[in-house]
Design a protein around this ligand. Structure first.
Ligand code: PMP
Length: 368
């Protein structure tokens, strides 16, 4: 060991950069609008809140370690076998458990250049080596991913739609990637934003996870279901993958509150449809509003947009961030994702969206 004077983490651990969440506010008085964490402005289903409250009457009892009620509700909603569903404390937990189970020392995990930071953290934490595939037009590039597959590759993460770019891979491309991967490589399709996609060449990936022995799709209740605080994620996996992850997860990783709230949320299809409709109305308005100001906006299918700023003093993303924050508009800088000249902006409520577009206009005009 490097030091005998104190415990040393095993190799890889200290190579992990701490995940820094987006700002959630700013000091000082005045109204604050949070457009930084891709949360839904509609909040959770009232039925989910009621179920969560009901669950607080039994806090002294352990939850069901199999989260049966939740897996059954998810299975019913999507027509899936609950035995192939595993739930996690947010999809973050599942993304990590998959790396712990399938990557590890001597193995490599691949993800895309502007992919979600948790993949790198999970691969390193497993003791494995992260391998980054460049993107094309801010979109995952199947050929670049395949070019990085070696005999040590064990896991490939693809976010679809991608965060923070909002772009997606058509299903044909996902199929092409899967067809060319060696069968021992686990393909993880992270569908955190799947419910927002309207494009008809996108299918959720559940289809592929149902038929292939090496494909998993992860989903979350943190976005369209508005339950980020409760930490609920799930995945559809082949039985042998579900078995492996069930062995290494915490035996009671889902609280009773999470199980109850998730089951009620997924049954409330009307609430989800309302959240999707709100997004469908505002995503183009935010995109076109920023474009009308002369800014470049990456076409998004998710509940956020990536807005690009000129790399010039006074007009940069850092300047825009400072200006907007001063106005109480909190957006996400994405420098840690390799995008120093862009801001990621969540589709928020009508008032917040309008306040954002107005402030963005003031910034662009004032900065010129
Ligand atoms: N995947 C992607 C692409 C995300 O953007 C997020 C949330 N930031 C997650 C997974 C994790 O979400 P959660 O752990 O809340 O389910």
């Amino acid at each position: 060991p490097a030091s005998l004077n104190r415990p040393e983490p095993r190799p890889g651990v200290m190579a992990v950069d701490l995940y820094v969440p987006g700002k959630s506010g700013r000091p000082g008085p005045g109204k604050v609008y949070k457009l930084s964490s891709n949360e839904t402005p509609l909040g959770p289903s009232p039925a989910a809140v009621a179920a969560l409250h009901d669950a607080t009457t039994k806090l002294e009892t352990y939850p069901d370690g199999q989260a049966t009620v939740l897996r059954t509700a998810i299975g019913k909603r999507f027509g899936l076998d609950p035995a192939r569903i595993v739930c996690g404390a947010g999809s973050d937990e599942l993304l990590s458990l998959l790396a712990y189970a399938y990557c590890g020392p001597g193995a490599e995990g691949i993800y895309s250049e502007h992919g979600f930071l948790v993949y790198r953290i999970a691969i390193l934490a497993s003791g494995g080596t992260p391998v980054v595939a460049p993107e094309r037009d801010l979109t995952a590039d199947v050929d670049a991913i395949l070019a990085r597959v070696t005999e040590r590759t064990r896991i490939v993460y693809v976010t679809n739609p991608n965060n923070p770019t909002g772009t997606y891979l058509p299903f044909d491309e996902i199929r092409r990637l899967h067809a060319a991967l060696p069968p021992h490589v686990l393909l993880v399709i992270d569908g955190a934003y799947a419910e927002y996609v309207k494009a008809n060449d996108y299918t959720a990936g559940l289809e592929l996870a149902l038929e292939a022995e090496n494909v998993v799709m992860t989903r979350t209740f943190s976005k369209i279901y508005g339950l980020a605080a409760v930490r609920i994620g799930w995945m559809l996996a082949p039985a042998h993958v579900a078995d492996a992850v069930n062995r290494i997860r915490g035996p009671f990783n889902m609280s009773s509150l999470a199980i109850a709230a998730g089951a009620a949320a997924i049954a409330d299809e009307g609430h989800m449809a309302a959240a999707a409709a709100h997004n469908a109305e505002w995503l183009p308005k935010l995109t076109e509003g920023a474009r009308a100001l002369g800014l470049t906006v990456t076409p998004s299918v998710a509940n956020f947009v990536l807005i690009h700023f000129p790399d010039e003093p006074g007009r940069s993303a850092a300047d825009a961030d400072a200006f907007l924050t001063e106005r109480g508009l909190i957006t996400r800088r994405v420098t840690a994702y390799g995008l120093p000249n862009a801001l990621r902006v969540t589709v928020a409520g009508a008032e917040a969206n309008e306040a954002f577009l107005a402030a963005l206009g003031d910034f662009v005009r004032g900065a010129r």
